[in-house]
Design a protein around this ligand. Sequence first.
Ligand SMILES: [Mg+2]
Length: 210
Amino acid sequence: MRPGVLECHLPHQIERLTPPKTIRCHLRLIEDVSPRGTTGHRCHYTVMKVIFLDIDGVLNSDVTPNPRKFPYIVDGQLLARFQELVTKTGANVVLSSTWRVDPVGLLAAKFYKVPFHDMCPDMPGAPRCEEVQTWLREHQEVTRYVVLDDDNDCLDELPLFQPSSRTGLTAAIASGIEDFLAGRSDKDMCANALVRLGQNIHSLFGRDKR
Ligand SMILES: [Mg+2]
């Protein structure tokens, strides 16, 4: 969470600064500085960016070497790309992956040094989007967030960045997330319908992992 000071004028500029939809600014009026006789105010603001992280199909892919068939595996190259993304964006990472609900999976995530600060609540039977939204409701301080997931478990309503499980996190998707979290873009990156159809067929014959 990064604090800062924002100069603004009340009340109309506060309203103008309030961003739409997926962006929520956390503004707190602290003093009336009345600069040069105007009606200016100084506001404190905090910026909290969040990445909801799925692991299977994001930090590993169909081509990640796994000769011993470990149930939990991370691809070093994809992990390095994600770690760089976290450093560049300063985002907090909230684990949405099913790894979080298995003690062995959680241990594996820590073993591989997957960076994360918190986890979504486990809501058996509920789609992943509900787990994400529940976490968000309890963290009103979040200003901007993305969902990084190869699946689209009703996540289309959210800013979804969706790599293919065949590749995991790509440089293009990492760059898209960076732009989105920095406010330079409002475009998410969902797989198109054709790719999804291919992925669904592929998953019928592949691993049963979310
Ligand atoms: Mg997945």
